[in-house]
Design a protein around this ligand. Structure first.
Ligand SMILES: [Zn+2]
Length: 288
């Protein structure tokens, strides 16, 4: 599996790493760990507007000075370019069957609103790209970031050609994704704080794999967040590196093609090895 990123992901959209966990150092560390990555290009406005309102897209392009878009989401003059690169690398990952290492993350972003560090919904833009430009009919998005993938869920809630699956700590921020919110193309797996590899394995056995197999996707896109790791500072889960490798491997087994997009993961010391573990699970040779 190819790794796709862009050098600017490690510089643009500075959030101030002493005060904000979603920092450009995340990508700097990852690019050091995977120096052979392929370079993606910025998504076009047309590709982004398949998912987001044009007025919202324009509002991100118009940011000229530092601003808090909500209590968690910081933006500056370079956010527009960073967010277009993140979406474009996700598109390239969908095209190549790769893993896009990007920031800002995307899975909380709504049609016309940023949320929770997210500006554009990278995985959703990649899903629409695959459908429109690659002719892929049915896409399943599996989100194992520790937070509920509420933005992705909302964007596809009325679309039976896209299955969204989210496993997440619950109750927890952002509060959505609790028990009982499910349909044939919308699956939530709320998990108690303290859950680890065995709970995630059981959830895949009993809920995720049966739902995805029933849906029979042509493509699985993984919203790969690593903040469910036992050493992540933002959440209270206990997943190990081996656990992420198994989650990736199980996702890859569910469709003829698989791609992944980075979401969260905020421990700068563990994140590169967790991505390496996931790449191994997806079937890549990774140098240690
Ligand atoms: Zn997260």
């Amino acid at each position: 599996m190819d790794v796709i990123s862009h050098p600017a992901c490690a510089h643009l959209h500075p959030t101030g790493h002493h005060v904000h966990p979603e920092t450009q150092l995340r990508l700097a560390r990852l690019q050091e760990r995977f120096p052979q990555y392929l370079h993606g290009a910025a998504a076009s406005r047309e590709q982004i507007e398949r998912v987001h309102d044009a007025t919202y897209v324009a509002s991100i392009g118009a940011i000229v000075e530092d601003a808090w878009l909500d209590a968690d989401t910081f933006a500056s003059a370079s956010t527009w370019e960073a967010a277009r690169l993140a979406a474009g690398c996700a598109i390239e990952a969908a095209r190549l069957g790769g893993f896009a290492l990007v920031r800002p993350p995307g899975h909380h972003a709504l049609r016309a609103l940023p949320m929770g560090f997210c500006i554009f919904n990278n995985v959703a833009i990649a899903a629409r790209y695959a459908q429109v430009e690659l002719g892929v009919a049915r896409v399943a998005i599996i989100d194992f970031d520790v937070h509920h993938g509420n933005g992705t869920e909302a964007l596809f809630a009325e679309d039976p050609t896209v299955l969204t699956v989210s496993l997440h700590q619950w109750p927890f921020w952002p509060g959505s994704g609790g028990p009982g919110v499910n349909s044939d193309h919308l699956v939530n797996v709320p998990l108690a704080a303290g859950s680890g590899d065995s709970e995630y394995r059981a959830a895949f056995d009993s809920v995720v794999e049966p739902a995805v197999r029933r849906f029979a996707p042509d493509l699985v896109l993984v919203s790969a967040g690593f903040d469910a790791h036992r050493d992540d500072p933002l959440a209270e889960m206990e997943v190990t590196a081996e656990g992420f490798s198994e989650l990736a491997s199980r996702c890859a087994a569910l469709a003829p093609r698989v791609s992944a997009v980075l979401e969260g993961g905020y421990n700068l010391d563990t994140l590169p090895d967790l991505v390496a573990a996931a790449l191994e699970g997806f079937g890549s040779e990774v140098q240690h």
